[in-house]
Write a protein that binds this ligand. Structure first.
Ligand SMILES: [Zn+2]
Length: 128
């Protein structure tokens, strides 16, 4: 199980994080903005979104909180429907947390990045 998970992390998460690092410029996932400590992954959740294909939707923490429906695996994503992964990152030094939302379309086994952003954990504290 651990091997599978590590494999998934390599295949899916890291390329997405690299792309998000590029997309979101200064909002680094690697360093804490409070103390420059190292941020580590502290949780991952998968959700279905009421959006088809590459349709646009409002991108805000409030939108995701209102619309995201928790699912257990990508097998539960109907064809052509969007989903998102939410990763919680926590600073190893001061405990500061952020939420990285990766909004994607599941196509033939791969996850095509459609959007996403990094939000303060506070906005999601009653959501998880
Ligand atoms: Zn910190």
């Amino acid at each position: 199980m651990r091997i599978v998970r590590l494999h998934l992390l390599e295949r899916v998460v890291e390329p997405l994080l690299i792309r998000i690092g590029v997309h979101f410029g200064e909002k680094s996932l690697e360093k804490c903005k409070e103390c420059k400590g190292k941020m580590v992954e502290a949780g991952e959740h998968l959700y279905l979104l009421p959006v088809k294909l590459s349709e646009k939707h409002e991108e805000s923490a409030e939108y995701y909180i209102r619309n995201a429906k928790k699912i257990q695996s990508t097998d539960e994503i109907p064809s052509g429907t969007r989903a998102c992964r939410m990763f919680i990152f926590e600073c190893q030094n001061c405990g500061h947390k952020i939420v990285s939302v990766v909004d994607f379309l599941h196509v033939r086994g791969s996850e095509v990045l459609e959007g996403g952003d990094i939000y303060p954990f506070d906005k999601f504290k009653d959501f998880f």
